[in-house]
Design a protein. Structure first.
Length: 108
């Protein structure tokens, strides 16, 4: 059976929430709702939040084995967040999310 994004999301979110750098993090619900209304802009990361030193967090979760590529909107959002000093990236596991947060902690 193939592991999906939904399968790995709980562990990733839990690891991000428990990380010592993180003040607050949650699963962002983005998508199309009834009619032509979107609950957020295209490309917003799956996990949103902020660090204890005030940086925004944006973690885009991808299914294991599917690579780290996202849609053009997701890539543009993560790139823009990084350029602005946010802690952001694409992950397929809790270990990858922790590595992004550890690197951000060391860079601070």
């Amino acid at each position: 059976m193939t592991t999906t994004e939904a399968d790995v999301t709980p562990a990733i979110l839990s690891a991000v929430q428990r990380h010592p750098l993180v003040a607050r993090a949650w699963k962002q619900s983005i998508g199309r709702m009834r009619g032509n209304y979107r609950s957020g802009p295209k490309g917003m990361p799956d996990v949103d939040g902020w660090t204890k030193d005030g940086r925004r967090i944006g973690i885009e979760i991808k299914a294991p084995g599917g690579g780290h590529g996202g849609t053009l909107d997701q890539i543009a959002t993560i790139d823009s967040m990084r350029q602005c000093g946010c802690v952001a990236g694409f992950v397929t596991s809790a270990d990858e999310a922790v590595a992004i947060l550890n690197a951000a902690m060391e860079a601070a």
